[in-house]
Design a protein. Structure first.
Length: 553
């Protein structure tokens, strides 16, 4: 039973937003170019003249940043040349190249991998890893088609089916149908609100009560993950159990017996031996209620409609804040997935404008990328993220490459085709570590992977990770300058002028030309070593292990 005093308490404390439907102010959908200019204006108004004081980046730096952000890989020397020789003004050709990059398959694959990691880095069951490939395939297809974010979210919340062929089951599989974990993750990913602290007690810092958490969990008790019998390799399927399954075969009429229906119960902390209180499904952020006794698929579909509604600003705010954080390097909030009405935003009006426009543009993902990437803050020079800085958005904050971005960039520099990064699931009884220990993509995921919901300030390259890259046999074999089949070997064979080799290595590896000082250092090093091949192997190795290569700046 719901607590009628809750609404009175909220009203008395000024929290009436929760007790009333959220009303959205309508706005006209703007094209990305117009919206970007409005973001520039609003951000300057909010944050003052310190915004983007690092200055603008040049075309080459923009191309590197845009390709890493959109495609997860570096531009090639030929792409750099074509872009810089384009006679159009920078504003025109930058907008054009963003649209062009989003039409590539690598755009969809890069962002599929990002969201795959968002879902699976906080998985609560290791068995969920068998869904990694199918989730990536599913998400890649969605981003290739530019499906709106609300439709993708609905798929992930309402999914059913065999997990190896239905990648949309990823979120449910990641938590093996655990009702309370599903509630926490749906709130975190799609609303940006951490409500998990209210699972056992009222939230210590926010307004959320324990009852509200379990009302959200009440949408999920009837979704189940079960192993498919007589299937090899082993697999699972996501199904709906609307009443106790042990009665289903022998008593079809059980569906009409309320005593046999599956409902979520909130335990009594003072009497844990009792079954607890049956909870009525409700969405805490809008206070919309749904009846008990309804079918699983109807519950989850209703929840997805409430979450993705344009009347719920937190759905669009959560997505905009996350994408802004990736592209600008700094969240509107202190954490990318801990927002909500009890959190203050650094540039609240900018976030509201972007979120409203994202919704008015029908959650068009490419529209959001185009808009943010045309802003002055996105196109400002890179700065090192500083936990102590008090002024936000002085420049575009540098960030470490994700494991798949690093792996793709390495393969590109080394002239190697990209194998599947995701390892196949091990056969029954075979340890995953033995099966995948020689898979370079898997090694990179294990060594350089990090939760994309962490901020750039929270993640730094640790000593074991640095050593793994520096001493990688895979990397060393590919840097053999005596082997004419490697890019370095071919380059040394084709170019007799050492300066030309240096220029090419810098363009391939760092997507820029060397400075005069860097060129002179390389000249002196080649002369000092007195072995051209070994000297350039060292130079290439140094560039690949540089902070500049390992970061998106």
């Amino acid at each position: 039973m719901r607590n009628p005093l809750r609404h009175v308490l909220f009203l008395g404390c000024g929290f009436c937003l929760l007790a009333l439907p959220i009303q959205k102010v309508s706005a006209e959908a703007l094209p990305s170019s117009v919206a970007a200019q409005e973001v520039n204006r609003i951000l300057l108004e909010e944050m003052g003249s310190e915004v983007a004081t690092s200055g603008p980046i040049d075309d080459v730096a923009f191309l590197r940043r845009a390709m890493l952000d959109l495609n997860g890989q570096l531009p090639t020397p030929s792409e750099i040349s074509i872009f810089t020789l384009d006679p159009n003004p920078s504003e025109v050709k930058r907008s054009a190249v963003v649209r062009s990059l989003m039409s590539r398959d690598t755009y969809a694959r890069n962002w599929a991998r990002y969201w795959r990691d968002v879902i699976f880095y906080r998985r609560t069951s290791e068995r969920a890893q068998i869904s990694l490939p199918s989730s990536e395939f599913y998400l890649t297809d969605q981003f290739q088609e530019n499906r709106p974010w609300d439709e993708i979210a609905t798929d992930l919340i309402t999914a059913t089916g065999e997990v190896r062929s239905h990648g949309e089951t990823a979120l449910i599989m990641a938590h093996m149908d655990d009702t309370e974990n599903l509630a926490s993750e749906v709130s975190r990913i799609f609303l940006g609100i951490q409500i998990s602290c209210a699972q056992c007690h009222d939230h210590p810092y926010d307004r959320w009560q324990r009852e509200q958490f379990h009302e959200l969990a009440a949408f999920f008790p009837r979704v189940k993950v079960r192993q498919v019998r007589d299937q090899f390799p082993p697999t699972f399927e996501v199904v709906s159990h609307d009443y106790l399954p042990r009665y289903a075969q022998f008593r079809p009429e059980a569906a009409d017996n309320p005593r046999l229906r599956i409902e979520h119960r909130m335990s009594d902390l003072e009497r844990p031996e009792e079954r607890g209180q049956v909870m009525q499904p409700a969405l805490f952020i809008t206070d919309q209620q749904y009846g008990t006794g309804e079918r699983d698929i109807d519950r989850r579909l209703t929840l997805s409609k409430w979450i993705t509604s344009k009347n719920n600003p937190w759905f669009s705010k959560a997505y905009v804040n996350r994408i802004w954080t990736v592209l600008v390097g700094e969240s509107f909030y202190d954490s990318v997935d801990d927002i909500g009405p009890d959190r203050g935003a650094h540039a609240e009006n900018t976030l509201k404008f972007l979120s409203d426009q994202f919704a008015e543009n029908d959650y068009d993902i490419k529209w959001l990328f185009e808009t943010i990437m045309q802003t002055e803050i996105y196109q400002s020079a890179g700065i090192n993220p500083d936990r102590t800085q008090t002024i936000a958005y002085q420049g575009n904050a540098c960030q470490p490459l994700r494991s798949d971005q690093l792996f793709s960039s390495l393969l590109q520099v080394l002239g190697m085709p990209e194998p599947p990064v995701l390892p196949p699931p091990p056969p029954s009884g075979a340890p995953s570590s033995r099966r995948n220990q020689f898979n370079p993509g898997f090694q990179f995921m294990q060594t350089f992977g990090f939760d994309p919901s962490m901020s750039a300030q929270e993640w730094t390259l640790a000593i074991p990770q640095a050593l793994a890259l520096m001493n990688s046999p895979y990397l060393m074999r590919s840097l053999n300058g005596y082997n004419f089949s490697t890019p370095l070997g071919q380059l040394l064979r084709e170019k007799s002028e050492n300066d030309e080799v240096v220029y090419e290595l810098y363009l391939r590896t760092l997507a820029r030309e060397p400075t005069a000082g860097e060129l002179q250092v390389c000249r002196e090093y080649v002369q000092e070593v007195n072995n051209r091949v070994e000297a350039f192997e060292d130079i290439q190795w140094t560039l690949l292990n540089s902070t500049e290569f390992l970061h998106r700046r």
